[in-house]
Design a binder for this molecule. Structure first.
Ligand SMILES: Cc1ncc(COP(=O)(O)O)c(C=O)c1O
Length: 352
């Protein structure tokens, strides 16, 4: 075994941080001056920069970023895949400026004709027939988890240790190596309830752990990426994803595939490349060409199960449960929600 010389490592890191600070005086000054930002950064995770403070952006195009100190970099992060097509690609500029500057009305709460075109494109690529949009992949996961619970009448989500699906409370769980139950990941920030109330956890590439979790009969959905991409990249072993699909079906759980990152596998993501068969599909980031967004796709079967509940009035997916705030005026005029009778219908999913 090779012992790591920690003292040397500390010295080397310090030398690198000093060189970084010397080369980026303007970024350092902006960071120091950001006294009205929590942790001096617009988002707390930006303090992960190993240099001690983040680079401040001046401009970016394609795969190149220029910081406020005038250094230009080749960007291998590409917005954590959100800018997979490069920074500010021409089609995005055209579409966004067309909407904002020429036509106006990016926040009207009205659909446009483009939405169906995008839905059809998502179906062509990822096979799920019915789509709904959100403003982030986190929110697509949150909302799809609720629908999975509604469709199955079960309370728990099965996740894999060290997965990441956005700030979704159910997912910050690990399988306890002794009793197999879910426990909170170290560092999890103030979970609303103990995680074993909402979650079962399994070990990636370990079908026995998946089956052990499903045997309890309370899992609404298995939520996974096709390959784990947030702890480096951990590919599935041959047969693992097929086994997960088979176990989900056998134990009556839905399979929910999050392709927010793995969409980079190709035109139809890993779902098409590896012939996966999700019941629910989540995507975000890159489909917006750099504009934050998310979407989830449902199978006909899941949509029908949801609609069965909403038709009976057990749940209201038009107006309640995190679907966004509409004004009282809009609500009272909603043609689909007969509030007094307590029945709300989202409208039947249209066949494709
Ligand atoms: C697999 C996966 N799902 C969901 C998310 C959350 O994405 P968003 O930032 O759009 O909420 C991420 C973010 O990195 C992710 O890697």
């Amino acid at each position: 075994m090779i012992a790591v010389d920690r003292a040397r490592l500390t010295r080397l890191l310090q030398t690198e941080q000093e060189a970084y600070a010397a080369a980026h005086p303007r970024s350092r000054a902006l960071y120091a001056d950001a006294t009205n930002l929590f942790g001096h950064v617009p988002m707390t995770w930006m303090n992960m920069w190993s240099g001690g403070f983040p680079l401040y952006l001046d401009h970016a195009r394609g795969a190149r970023i220029t910081d406020v100190d005038g250094h230009t970099y080749v960007d291998f992060a590409l917005g954590d895949t959100g800018a997979m097509a490069g920074h500010s690609p021409e089609p995005t500029i055209k579409a966004v400026s067309g909407r904002y500057a020429d036509l106006g009305g990016a926040t009207t709460m009205l659909p446009t004709a483009d939405a169906q075109w995008v839905g059809a494109e998502l179906t062509a690529r990822f096979r799920l027939p019915l789509w709904s949009f959100t403003l982030s992949a986190t929110d697509a996961n949150r909302w799809a988890i609720r629908l999975a619970r509604l469709a199955t009448g079960r309370s728990k989500i099965l996740v894999f240790g060290y997965c990441y699906h956005g700030s979704v409370d159910e997912t910050f769980a690990l399988a306890n190596p002794i009793h197999g139950g879910a426990e909170s990941r170290p560092g999890n920030v103030a979970p609303p309830v103990p995680v074993d109330l909402t979650t079962r956890a399994a070990v990636w590439n370990d079908l026995a752990s998946v089956e052990a979790a499903l045997r309890h009969g309370d899992v609404a959905a298995i939520l996974t990426e096709p390959a784990l991409t947030n702890i480096g990249i951990v590919l599935p072993e041959p047969g693992f994803l097929e086994g997960v699909r088979e176990l989900a079906t056998r134990y009556g759980a839905l399979l929910m595939i999050d392709e927010t990152h793995t969409f980079s596998a190709g035109w139809g993501g890993a779902t098409t490349a590896w012939d996966l068969e999700p019941d629910i599909f989540v995507i975000g980031k890159s489909i917006g060409g750099g504009i934050p967004c998310g979407a989830y796709g449902l199978s006909e079967d899941v949509a029908a199960r949801v609609t069965h509940h909403t038709d009976r009035g057990d749940a209201d997916i038009v107006d309640v449960g995190g679907v966004g705030g509409r004004s009282p005026v809009m609500r009272s005029r909603s043609p689909r929600c007969a509030r007094r009778s307590g029945r709300c219908s989202p409208g039947r999913p249209s066949p494709t």
